[in-house]
Design a protein around this ligand. Structure first.
Ligand code: CTP
Length: 401
């Protein structure tokens, strides 16, 4: 079954360069099984033609209050969720005022489904107090604001104001529609990515982790209704936009962030590839090249699971950890689960070409506290994240029964 089978999404598109991304968003929703109705404001139609949306959705795209009597009431009533993307400053201000001066505003006013607003505009417009006040008003009305992202804007400027990517908007919609909301309201902490240890002001040692497994877990937990904090090391992979993001660099910074986040957590998804070693001393100035090369002395850095073991046991935090091994996978996985105080360990082989750090896929064997092991077939990290969370939800439900 696809995630949006049987669900209806009303996509409201307002004017802005980012309107082209909404066509991709519509496509993603259709691929997920949704029926998508589209309303274009008059200025949206100047950016992307209605025929484009009609071709993608296979349904008539709506523009005017006068096309079909009562369209504003039907479209709003039938939708399971309303998504406004891009939401221009103008449309946000009209919605904040409760306006009903075109098909878009009238329909949103009449709709009873959850409304997700994805703003897109120039940074200065976004930062204007008028826009802030309007957005705050929409939050008061119960709308969810998704984005904007920070980055390059169409006019050559850069800053907050970019429409989220369709890949980031889809999970926000899923969070509203998800029927299996087993993590609703649960406090989840996820870690992801590598850490760095500085040798001098310009060099560091790190590892090849992309962060993708941890990002997939954080996003899936958030989609399932979790209240998720994501602690991420550095890296270029796009972060999920839903979870609260804490960016760190070193293992010690990650430990500090983790200790803070764990104070009221119920679940820890420990996917970070924390560096095990750090230089015995960090040089204050750049280490100069010499003919004789360089001998480095490394010492062990903190082991985050060991450091938080007692806290997690005391607060009964369900902990999923990972184990990257080259040999004796199951035996080593079991040993790590015990030693590091995890409830579930996902073991993967560092020698598997389809799995691990730089791959979009992973092959893992799960081992639980009872010692049972289960081999999951090769799958995308995003799919594995859901399989892992299915098992975590089941264990928590069994423990609470
Ligand atoms: N981990 C951690 N702190 C570290 C290293 C790892 O908390 N300094 C966590 C990882 O996030 C993972 C688990 O411990 O969930 C196992 O990681 P792995 O690299 O397999 O284990 P190591 O402790 O590094 O063991 P070894 O080097 O002996 O394989």
């Amino acid at each position: 079954m696809r995630p949006f089978d049987g669900r209806r999404v009303l996509l409201v598109v307002s004017g802005g360069i980012a309107a082209y991304k909404s066509a991709v968003l519509a496509r993603r929703l259709i691929e997920g099984g949704a029926a998508v109705d589209v309303i274009l404001t008059e200025s949206a139609e100047r950016f992307v033609g209605r025929v484009t949306f009609e071709g993608i959705t296979g349904r008539r795209a709506h523009m005017s209050l006068w096309d079909r009597p009562m369209a504003h009431l039907d479209l709003g009533r039938e939708a399971d969720v309303v998504v406004i993307a891009p939401a221009s400053a103008d449309l946000i201000s009209r919605l904040a005022a409760g306006a009903a001066d075109d098909l878009a505003t009238t329909t949103v006013l009449a709709a009873r489904a959850p409304v997700i607003v994805c703003p897109a505009m120039n940074t200065r417009m976004w930062e204007h107090p008028a826009t802030h006040a309007n957005v705050a008003r929409l939050v008061e009305f119960g709308c969810t604001i998704a984005g904007p992202a920070d980055g390059p804007l169409a006019e050559g400027e850069s800053g907050p104001g970019r429409l989220l990517e369709p890949e980031q908007i889809v999970p926000a919609i899923a969070r509203k529609l998800e029927s299996a909301k087993g993590l609703r309201g649960r406090k989840v902490v996820a870690t992801a990515g590598p850490t760095r240890a500085a040798l001098d002001p310009v060099r560091f040692i790190s590892n090849r982790s992309s962060g993708r497994m941890g990002f997939a877990l954080a996003e899936a937990a958030w989609r399932r209704g979790g209240d998720v904090t994501l602690i991420s090391g550095p890296g270029a992979a796009p972060r999920p936009s839903g979870p609260r993001l804490v960016e760190v660099e070193t293992a010690r910074e990650m430990l500090a962030a983790l200790e803070t986040a764990l104070t009221d957590a119920e679940i820890l998804l420990m996917a970070a590839a924390v560096g095990d070693f750090e230089p015995a001393a960090e040089a204050a100035s750049k280490i100069r090249k010499t003919d004789g090369g360089l001998d480095l002395t490394l010492r062990a850095g903190p082991d985050l699971l060991m450091e938080t073991r007692e806290l997690r046991a005391e607060k009964r935090i369900f902990t999923l950890g990972f184990a990257l091994e080259t040999d004796d996978l199951i035996a080593r996985g079991r040993e790590k689960l015990e030693r590091k105080g995890m409830q579930l360990v996902a073991v993967n082989s560092a020698l598997d070409p389809d799995a691990g750090f730089e791959s979009a896929t992973n092959r893992i064997t799960l081992i639980d506290r009872a010692g049972a092991s289960e081999e999951l077939p090769l799958a995308k990290k995003t799919e594995l994240a859901d399989q892992l969370l299915d098992r975590i939800e089941a264990s928590i439900a069994a423990a609470e029964a």
